[in-house]
Design a protein around this ligand. Structure first.
Ligand code: SF4
Length: 366
């Protein structure tokens, strides 16, 4: 485990609200962006004076960071670099959506040190993009990927979604083929969750969402097909070419320290959890909410089992002084016999089918 810090910066603005989204994001104008960046820079300086760790990953997420100008994102990165000790090879990622990124000057953020881009494309099928309320089309995605590459940023991740109304194995294959055709390094595949207080939730009867079985088929197809295409699965929803796993996200799953700056951003630092409310005003007033201690045995098991490398019991013992109790192993054996888990070389893992049921299995295990 590294003693370095992962830094997450939240940009809470989007051009509109997607029907499935419950992230904290608002419509903003230039003035909102400018005043938010002032607060953000103050918070970066505030935390840099409290924390002495080296930062080796930075992730600028949202929201839609690409609604900002490239100069503003570069300003954020430069502020971090001048107040925190950022390691020379730090992974610095920014999220973007293909439409708002069309006029974004990637060479400016590359110059500031940004070296990884994550694009939320969700699908390469016109009807699915329409259902998801996304404004971009495949030409926008191609143009944005081309712009990113010509700036010299050569580590690109694309997000796809599973469980979209009307989605079929064939349409999913088309989306994966489209991503592979763009020669990217990383693909995330998230199962759509219908969260309360979203448009999809309030109108769920009007849509033909795939049922659990159909969604499971889509997931298992994605896992196999992505592997065939050279993308190794390293986490429930994440696949990459060798050596291109997200270093930042791996820190969350390995229970390493991270600091989240921005409304709704969560942190885990020196065994403590804390967060900012979903409010720009509270964030500007530096109102930080204590969320107690974290990093216990259950969290460690839950997070490590998200990874395909699984839970190594020797490492667990090193961290917590003893192995999990007999009851835990009895349950693991039961799920091994059912084909949902494996237990070899002192390491417990979910199988592909097990990942699909991981939430309910974990709630019994821990
Ligand atoms: S662009 Fe992303 S963060 Fe913004 S509303 Fe859509 S899903 Fe949510």
């Amino acid at each position: 485990m590294s003693d370095n810090l992962a830094l997450y910066i939240h940009i809470p603005f989007c051009r509109g609200k997607c029907p499935y989204c419950d992230f904290f994001s608002l419509r903003g104008d230039t003035q909102d962006y400018n005043s938010y960046i002032v607060s953000l820079k103050e918070a970066i300086i505030y935390w840099s004076e409290k924390i002495d760790k080296k930062v080796d990953t930075i992730y600028i997420g949202g929201g839609t960071p690409s609604v900002l100008k490239a100069e503003q994102v570069a300003d954020i990165i430069n502020t971090i670099k001048s107040h925190f000790k950022v390691t020379e090879n730090a992974e610095i990622t920014m999220e973007a959506n293909p439409k708002s990124a069309l006029n974004f000057d990637f060479s400016i953020v590359k110059e500031a040190g940004l070296n990884r881009m994550s694009l939320g494309i969700q699908s390469a099928n016109k009807n699915e993009l329409k259902i998801l309320g996304r404004a971009h089309n495949n030409d926008d995605i191609k143009a944005t990927v081309k712009n990113i590459k010509s700036s010299g940023i050569n580590n690109i991740s694309l997000d796809l979604m599973l469980g979209i109304p009307e989605q079929t194995i064939e349409s999913l294959k088309n989306s994966i083929d489209f991503c592979c055709g763009l020669d990217v390094e990383h693909i995330s595949v998230y199962i759509l969750k219908i969260e309360e207080n979203t448009y999809f939730y309030n109108n769920r009867d009007k849509y033909n969402f795939p049922d659990e079985e159909a969604t499971a088929d889509l997931y298992l197809f994605a896992v196999d097909y992505l592997e065939q295409k050279g993308f190794n699965q390293y986490e429930i929803s994440n696949f990459s070419k060798t050596g291109y796993e997200s270093k930042h996200n791996l820190k969350y799953w390995n229970l390493e320290d991270y600091l989240g700056i921005g409304p709704a951003a969560h942190s885990f630092l020196n065994g403590k959890r804390f967060y900012y409310n979903r409010s720009i005003e509270d964030f500007s007033n530096n109102k930080i909410i204590d969320d107690g201690t974290g990093g216990n045995e259950s969290e460690y098991i839950m997070l490590q089992l998200r990874l395909t490398k699984g839970l190594n019991l020797d490492k667990y013992k090193e961290a917590f002084g003893e192995y999990p109790d007999k009851d835990f192993f009895d349950k693991v054996k039961k799920y091994c016999n059912l084909g949902f888990m494996s237990y070899d070389n002192n390491t417990i893992k979910f199988t592909k089918n097990g990942f699909l049921l991981s939430n309910s299995i974990l709630s019994e295990l821990i």
